[in-house]
Design a protein around this ligand. Sequence first.
Ligand SMILES: Cc1cc2nc3c(=O)[nH]c(=O)nc-3n(C[C@H](O)[C@H](O)[C@H](O)COP(=O)(O)OP(=O)(O)OC[C@H]3O[C@@H](n4cnc5c(N)ncnc54)[C@H](O)[C@@H]3O)c2cc1C
Length: 440
Amino acid sequence: MNPAELHIGIVGAGPSGCYVADALGRKLPGARIDIFDRLPTPFGLVRGGVAPDHQGTKNIARQFERTLGKDGVRFLGNIAIGRDLSYEELKAAYDVLIITIGALEDRRLGIPGETLDGVYGSGQFVGWYNGIPDGRELEPKLDGKSLAIIGNGNVALDIARLLGKTPDELASSDLCAHARTAFEAARIEDIWLIGRRGPAEASFTTAELAEFGELSRVAIQVDPAQLPQILPEGLPEEQRKLAEKNLEVLRTYAAHEEQHNRPVRIHFMFHAAPVAILGEGRARELVLEKTRIEHGRAIPGGETFTIPADTIISAIGYRSTPFSGLPFDEVRGIVANDQGRVEAGVYTVGWCKRGPQGVVPANRADSLAVADLILADLAIHQTGGKPGGALIDSLFAEHGVRPVDFAGWQKINAAEVAAGQGRPREKLARIEDLLAAARG
Ligand SMILES: Cc1cc2nc3c(=O)[nH]c(=O)nc-3n(C[C@H](O)[C@H](O)[C@H](O)COP(=O)(O)OP(=O)(O)OC[C@H]3O[C@@H](n4cnc5c(N)ncnc54)[C@H](O)[C@@H]3O)c2cc1C
């Protein structure tokens, strides 16, 4: 097989798509690589998920940008597979097709009251403040005094931290202007961080937890009675180490006494499973049931209690969104695959392959492993000879769609950075504004 005759298509220009493009570009010099994204902008959750006040984490985008700008690589933005091109069309075009569509859909709580006004999934809420165009018009209700976040991962902490920060503390972030305005107008006094399980089982990381200690207007409330003196038996080693470090931080929060006159309180509440959301048309209260842990699982104990909650955000995980024809595992909410193989010539990498877990670098290891698998398969099957970009370009003409290319993205980037005025950037959050910037 001559790599120069090989056409590779990648669906999704998030971290996984960029890492796998880089790996295959190095291993198969001369191969043509097309990377599609449904948005006019690349980098997936690095742009649309990672917290706007964690700019250091977003630096990885510079490396991804170098990959997208390489000879032989094309970025084809604003092309959603399932809408602008079909899976079958991609299979006809590419010798190797890799699905890296992430996991964008919020998992549901599955409790009564979930559809009341004021209840959001974290994907929706984070997408709104981070300028993902689908969420631009969400206008979440932040007008009440009490807001509850359900989930004990870093996403829950991100949301609580951002809401707890003062405008000055957000000044160096790229939080979108519409979200800054809404945060400044909000009058939230109590933010509840709710975990079904205990602090020993929480999946948030210590650095993120420790950041709460730096928030100037926030009083952190931790009930010392919820912090175990001894860790439960049978915790996996990695979780044990994390739990020890997290408990150390939580104990310092529990001992804080001098914060009583601060205007915002963040309450860490463990062993509480959501049972129902109450309110007439609009969420007003969250009913919780006390739990105990058995073999790492939260077991409801029958005793319920209620907290006020005018806004509720569930941060309990995500599912991938399949397009027609894509083999899909409905139970796990991921692309059906065997170690990354989907069907002949089709592979998958990243959150849509493994589920919504792991930080950005975890997708690099995954991408390298699947790239090796692809190379091994190519050596056996002698694949090659499909039309690649030529077919895709004729389909674009036929379907009347025009992608945003890499130069278009660079124009968007320049426009956003210029509008930042001291901030890293001011994101364009509407499709029409992004397209106008891309087309100069
Ligand atoms: C709120 C949040 C905060 C996070 N914070 C951090 C952090 O601080 N540090 C860290 O290391 N990790 C963080 N992560 C995890 C990190 O973002 C993921 O590990 C990583 O983004 C997964 O990469 P991916 O490429 O698999 O998926 P994604 O990043 O989701 O990329 C998938 C891409 O596919 C595109 N796509 C989807 N469907 C289609 C379609 N039909 N057609 C074309 N394109 C499509 C999407 O637009 C997207 O660009 C965070 C995650 C979330 C949700």
